[in-house]
Design a protein around this ligand. Structure first.
Ligand SMILES: [Fe+2]
Ligand SMILES: [Fe+2]
Length: 275
C-alpha cells in the first residue's frame, strides 16, 4: 500500500486530528469495524456479487423520494466506519455542507455529497451490513495486488470490473462472459440511471467509486484503469476529502438545511424514484 494521497487535501478539522481518521487498528469502535470487514472479505465472492446484481437489477424493491430515502438513513449506523457512531443521515448533510462551502457554484456536487451514501438503504431492506457498507474492491482478482489481473484484461476500464457489492453507484452489467468483459453497474449509480437523474458524469463517477479506497486513496488497481478512469480520478479524490474529513460529532441542523437541498433534488432527481 502506498501513502494516502488525500493527505495532501486535508481541510481544517475542529474536533479531531486529521491523522486520526480511518484508524482501522485501534479505537472504541474497533471490534464492530473489524467484524464487518472480516465478513465482507469472507463472503464477497465473484458469484455472490453476480447474484446481487441480478437481485437489485430492476430497481423494483421500493419507491420513495430522494428526501425520504435520506431521512430513512436516520435508522442506520454504519458498522464499518471507525469515525462515525451516529445515523448516516447526518453524515449526508455534513458532506454536502462541506462541499457547499468550498464549491458554492457547483450545486450538483453538493447534491452528490448529500446522496452519495443512500445505497446504504439496502441494509434496511434485508441486506447484511457487510454487503452494503465499507470500502469496495474488485472481485475476480487478488485483493490489492498490483500485478494480478485475475479474470480481467490490462487497462480494461473500471466499467468492466466487477466490484464487491456495496452502496456505491455498479451499473447493471449483464455478466456476459465468465472470464472477462462484464458490464457492470454499482447500486446507487444504477438507481440514478434508471430514474434518469441529470447529475453530470463526474458526479456519477464520484457516486460509483467513492468507496473504492484501495484505488482513489492508495493508488492500487491502476493496471485495470482506462484513460477515462484516470481522467475521473481527480474528481473522486476531490469528493473524498469531504466524505471523510467533514465527519464530526457536531451534528448539523437538518431542518434548517432541508429547503435548500430539496431545491437541488427537485432540479436533478425530482419526484418518486424507484429503488
Ligand atoms: Fe459511502
Ligand atoms: Fe460517506
Amino acid at each position: 500500500m502506498g501513502p494516502d494521497p488525500s493527505l495532501a487535501y486535508r481541510t481544517e478539522c475542529h474536533e479531531k486530528d486529521e491523522s486520526e481518521f480511518r484508524n482501522f487498528e485501534s479505537g472504541a469502535l474497533f471490534d464492530r469495524v473489524f467484524n464487518t470487514y472480516k465478513l465482507m472479505h469472507t463472503y464477497q465472492t465473484l458469484d455472490f456479487v453476480k447474484q446481487k446484481h441480478l437481485e437489485w437489477a430492476n430497481c423494483n424493491y421500493f419507491s420513495m423520494t430522494m428526501m425520504e430515502s435520506i431521512d430513512s438513513l436516520d435508522e442506520l449506523v454504519d458498522e464499518s466506519d471507525p469515525d462515525v457512531d451516529f445515523p448516516n443521515s447526518f453524515h449526508a448533510f455534513q458532506t454536502a455542507e462541506g462541499i457547499r462551502k468550498e464549491h458554492p457554484e457547483k450545486d450538483w456536487f453538493q447534491l452528490v455529497g448529500l446522496i452519495h451514501d443512500i445505497g446504504k438503504i439496502m441494509a434496511l431492506h434485508g441486506e447484511p451490513q457487510w454487503a452494503v457498507v465499507g470500502d469496495t474492491f474488485p472481485v475476480g482478482c487478488k485483493f490489492q495486488n498490483s500485478s494480478a489481473f485475475g479474470i480481467y484484461e490490462p487497462q480494461c476500464g473500471l466499467d468492466n470490473v466487477l466490484m464487491s457489492w456495496g452502496h456505491d453507484g455498479n451499473e447493471f452489467a449483464a455478466v456476459t462472459n465468465e472470464h472477462s468483459s462484464c458490464s457492470i453497474l454499482e447500486y446507487l449509480y444504477r438507481v440514478m440511471k434508471f430514474n434518469k437523474c441529470t447529475i453530470p458524469e463526474e458526479g456519477l463517477y464520484m457516486i460509483r467509486f467513492h468507496s473504492f479506497y484501495p484505488w482513489h486513496s492508495n493508488g492500487d488497481y491502476m493496471h485495470l484503469c482506462s484513460e477515462k478512469d484516470l481522467q475521473m480520478l481527480p474528481w473522486v479524490k476531490e469528493f473524498n476529502k469531504f466524505d471523510l474529513y467533514t465527519k464530526s460529532t457536531e451534528l448539523p441542523d437538518v431542518e434548517h438545511l432541508r429547503p435548500y437541498y430539496q431545491s437541488l433534488i427537485d432540479k436533478y432527481c425530482p419526484g418518486i424514484l424507484h429503488w
